[in-house]
Design a binder for this molecule. Structure first.
Ligand SMILES: [Ca+2]
Ligand SMILES: [Ca+2]
Ligand SMILES: [Ca+2]
Length: 285
């Protein structure tokens, strides 16, 4: 029922396209993430110069480097202006397979509604949100990534393969295109689209390794912090740089914080040992 209503709205809008110059936009954030990173987000930024009663966003995630892709987790979450303005009726469908038999419903190869991502490129989502009340998405701007307040975000993990994948607009049958629908005329607002590129990078960078109390000095406070993690059940102290593969307290790079790390930090703090040779290099362990 909801899906039928959404299709009807989009279908009516397609019949009467506006010829105005596009000043509205949908921009997918681009970013670089570490190998096998978890809990990553990519924002969807909307600028709309008209008040909207409906938004349809069919978006495809496609590897541009073989093996570089989302892994085992994918969610699409409306936020901020979109969530509050078009929250009456929301459809979010996850689509695993491109369907060449449906091409005649859109402008080329498309997806059809099939249920859940399979984490093999490509995967797609269809978001449709529309107003059934007097609440709309008023004209406004989400700002510019990586700042601003995006109207939606993708949430995902990535594979351990360095390379890129993109988040682009697509066609999802029957005939759902990227559409911003103006609330009085029910016409599609002219809109520009910018795809996002996610780069999975095999790089290493640590800001606070062997320096859990991160002040660029190795002292008794760092030793106490390591003892806390190793023996007293304190929470792990990860490096603030997401590209660092080791926690700050793992000074010998064996993927755990233990008495071995306490011994090494004690040598540096209390016996003048050289940190460069006593601690591992987290990027060349
Ligand atoms: Ca797939
Ligand atoms: Ca310190
Ligand atoms: Ca260790």
């Amino acid at each position: 029922m909801k899906t039928l209503s959404l299709m009807l709205i989009v279908g009516l809008a397609v019949i009467s396209p506006s010829m105005a110059v596009a000043t509205s936009s949908v921009v997918i954030e681009s970013k670089t993430v570490p190998l096998s990173a978890t809990g990553q987000t990519v924002g969807v930024y909307i600028v709309n110069d008209a008040t909207l009663c409906a938004v349809t966003m069919p978006l495809v995630i496609r590897s541009t480097t073989s093996g570089a892709f989302i892994a085992d987790t994918l969610a699409f979450e409306p936020l901020n202006r979109l969530a509050s303005g078009l929250g009456d009726m929301v459809e979010i469908a996850y689509l695993p397979t491109e369907d060449s038999l449906k091409w005649w419903l859109c402008d080329g190869f498309g997806f059809q509604l099939q249920g859940a991502p399979d984490f093999a490129s490509p995967d797609a989502i269809l978001y449709g949100g529309f107003s059934t009340s007097d609440t709309f998405m008023t004209a406004g701007s989400d700002g510019t990534p990586p700042g601003g307040t995006p109207s939606a975000q993708f949430y995902f993990n990535v594979t351990g393969t360095a390379g890129t994948f993109e988040i682009d607009t697509t066609c999802i049958s029957p005939a759902n295109h990227l559409s911003l629908i103006e609330n009085v005329t029910w016409e599609r607002v002219p809109v520009t689209f910018t795809k996002g590129v996610v780069t999975i990078a095999d790089t290493c960078a640590c800001d606070c390794h062997a320096d859990p109390i991160c002040d660029s000095v190795h002292n008794i406070l760092d030793l106490v912090a390591i003892v806390g993690v190793a023996f007293q059940g304190a929470d792990p102290i990860p490096d603030p740089n997401a590209f660092c593969p080791y926690e700050t307290t793992d000074v010998n790079c064996d993927n755990e914080t233990s008495v071995l790390d306490v011994v090494r930090m004690n040598l540096v703090v209390n016996y003048g040992a050289d940190p460069d040779t006593t601690f591992c290099d987290p990027c060349e362990p």
